[in-house]
Design a protein around this ligand. Structure first.
Ligand SMILES: Nc1ncnc2c1ncn2[C@@H]1O[C@H](COP(=O)(O)OP(=O)(O)OP(=O)(O)O)[C@@H](O)[C@H]1O
Ligand SMILES: [Mg+2]
Length: 606
């Protein structure tokens, strides 16, 4: 017999805890078992995000009838024999915990057959064997897990929406597919293929297969062998112009085990420190090989944490490999096709670009005007206008002349008196009224104008929609396809007609008229990145606002855009007509005002 029960002294040294947290953890354990069994093809079928059914089929070595019976025992494993094996784990599994844990909280059917032996079917309900019989199969194993947590209602209640659970499952399958290009992976949800990755010749082809050419083109490939240490790094890391708004595009594997690791994250952020603005992340697909005895995987029950014997060596090796990859890369990234920046994110800015309009911690906003204006004293006291102008209490006491030094001039006066003087760095409109200096962020000001127009048009059912001359084809990673699927109806209500177009691409056929066609793809990608980052179930009200905000952001005048005087005037007038002229839809201030009194004080004239 191959499977044995671990003796207590080994069992007790294994990081214990909950193995099954949600459908995705079941998928992960079953896929890992299939990989350990030497499968060449692994098929995952799920229904209702795995809550109803998870079925994993492999063509690996299978189990003999004795092993099939033994595998549901606690600490029953064929992967560890000697206590010392624990210090050099070569397989993905090693605890002998996964199958008994899954079987105890579901209806499970195991069908398996090893070479030259009889096939076996075992049915288990809530941990109890219901039936067992012989039946012939092709070599391999199929495990079907129905009604997860049927006997643990408290757990079942914690499961999220179907699309959330499915996106988690997709994440794991994508990960393992990346790490094992020599294995054919299939993931289907209710028969619909989400991931189909036939055998390829290496990581590069696999990345192409899963994410498409667009992403692959953004990556630099680099390999380094760190000699006697036995450490080898093979990575794909994004060129500096690529900025992701969450960490979902980072994939780390240590000896092809998927891990989440702070040391690695740190090494990456060090490598990109002066390359990417804060709050943005690169795409990194990282494979590290390391001698088995130099990495401890028995740290956490989920088996995704590791401990390195030579932690700082590994850290520096990863950081240096990324840096070498990036510096060696001489690809010149083309500017936006027509030379006209189509989004504030791609504007040819001399400073860090705005990474994400949803992030309030915006480097441009923070940079203010820098010191070159020599007006630091004034700047320090700059206050966002922060007024609800509509309800302004007048302090004029019937006197025509407005209180010259009032800290907050009333709305009508600003509106009537404001005189644009020019632009600062083609990004901020500098204006005056009779008692102060006003600075307006042109991008967010226009964004506010468009946002309100958009919502008003939508409310009236009169959204201006354009049919695109050519449908825009966008490649999306599998996880985002799942998210997209759940927001298609809301997108349609917002003027975006989006349709599947092949296995990992979609076609956008219409868009709101206020958008330039060239901004449409970026917008959708930003929207999906943002939604992906959110762990909450997607809330329709929030989604509506988010779409409106994203559309206006992408349609708005960009920073670094020269404006003529008439255009500045127009913008200020339109801004003053809005309901909330002081804050942009993402919560950033639109107008700053420096009162004459502050200016006089700074010049010691007070
Ligand atoms: N798909 C499979 N093909 C062949 N054998 C399998 C398969 N799945 C499980 N087994 C056998 O059943 C045993 C128990 O599996 P289980 O997942 O419970 O534990 P493990 O993989 O050894 O450790 P871990 O709990 O860390 O996953 C395995 O050691 C393996 O021998
Ligand atoms: Mg296992």
């Amino acid at each position: 017999m191959k499977i044995r029960i671990l003796p207590d002294d080994i069992a007790n040294r294994i990081a214990a805890g909950e193995v099954v947290e949600r459908p995705a953890s079941v998928v992960k354990e079953l896929v890992e078992n299939a990989l350990d069994a030497g499968a060449r093809k692994i098929t995952v079928d799920v229904e209702e995000g795995g809550r109803k059914r998870i079925q994993v089929t492999d063509d690996g070595e299978g189990m003999t009838p004795e092993d099939a019976r033994a595998c549901f025992g606690r600490h029953a494993t064929s992967k560890l024999y000697e206590p010392d094996d624990l210090f050099a784990i070569k397989t993905l599994g090693f605890r002998g915990e996964a199958l008994p844990s899954i079987a105890s909280v579901s209806h499970l059917v195991l069908e398996t057959q090893a070479e030259a032996s009889a096939g076996t079917v075992i049915e288990i309900a809530g941990g109890r064997v219901v039936s067992e019989r012989e039946q012939a199969f092709p070599r391999g194993t199929e495990i079907t897990v129905d009604d997860l947590f049927f006997n643990v209602p408290a757990r079942r209640k914690f499961l999220r929406s179907e699309s959330y659970e499915l996106s988690q499952i997709t994440t794991y399958c994508t990960h393992y597919a990346l790490a094992f290009p020599e294995i054919h992976f299939v993931l289907r949800s209710a028969g619909f293929e989400i991931l189909a990755a036939p055998v390829t010749t290496g990581f590069r082809d696999r990345i192409f297969q899963i994410f498409g050419k667009d992403l692959l083109d953004q990556l630099v490939e680099y390999q380094k062998d760190y000699g006697r240490s036995g450490v080898k790094v093979h990575l794909f890391t994004s060129r500096p112009h690529v900025q992701k708004y969450n960490r979902n595009s980072m994939f780390f594997f240590i000896n092809r085990r998927l891990v989440r690791d702070k040391i690695i994250l740190h090494a990456i952020s060090e490598a990109y420190r002066n390359i990417l603005p804060a709050g943005t992340f690169p795409v990194v697909i990282l494979f590290v090989s390391i001698p088995y005895e130099d990495v401890d995987v028995n740290v956490h029950p989920a088996k995704t944490e590791v401990r390195f014997k030579h932690q700082s060596f590994v850290h520096d090796a990863i950081r240096d490999a990324i840096l070498s990859g990036l510096t060696q890369d001489k690809t010149i990234v083309p500017m936006e096709s027509d030379g006209v920046p189509t989004s504030p994110f791609t504007a040819p800015a001399p400073q860090p670009r705005i990474p994400d309009s949803w992030v309030s911690d915006d480097p441009i906003a923070r940079e203010s005007f820098a010191l070159e204006l020599g007006m630091r004293a004034v700047m320090d006291q700059a206050i966002p206008l922060g007024l609800n102008f509509r309800a302004s209490e007048t302090k004029t006491d019937g006197c025509e002349e407005p209180a010259e030094f009032s800290a907050y001039p009333e709305f009508d006066r600003v509106r009537q008196e404001v005189q644009p003087l020019g632009q600062l760095r083609d990004s901020f409109i500098v204006a005056v009224d009779s008692s102060g200096l006003i600075v307006i962020d042109q991008h967010v000001a226009h964004e506010r104008v468009l946002f309100e127009t958009y919502l008003r048009q939508k409310l009236a059912g009169k959204l201006d929609i354009q049919r695109l001359l050519m449908p825009i084809i966008v490649q999306l990673p599998p996880r985002q396809l799942v998210i997209l699927d759940s927001i298609i109806p809301e997108l349609a209500r917002n003027g975006f007609e989006v349709e599947p177009f092949g296995p990992k691409t979609i076609a956008i056929k219409t868009a709101p008229a206020m958008l330039k066609a060239s901004a449409v793809e970026k917008l959708l990608v930003e929207l999906l990145d943002g939604l992906e980052r959110e762990t909450q179930v997607i809330n329709i009200e929030a989604l509506k606002k988010k779409i409106a905000a994203t559309v206006s952001c992408h349609a708005a005048i960009k920073i670094n855009t020269p404006l003529e005087e008439t255009k500045m005037r127009w913008l200020i007038t339109e801004l003053m007509k809005t309901d909330v002229p002081t804050v942009c839809p993402h919560g950033r201030p639109i107008i700053l005002r420096y009162d004459l009194r502050e200016i006089q004080k700074a010049f010691k004239r007070a």
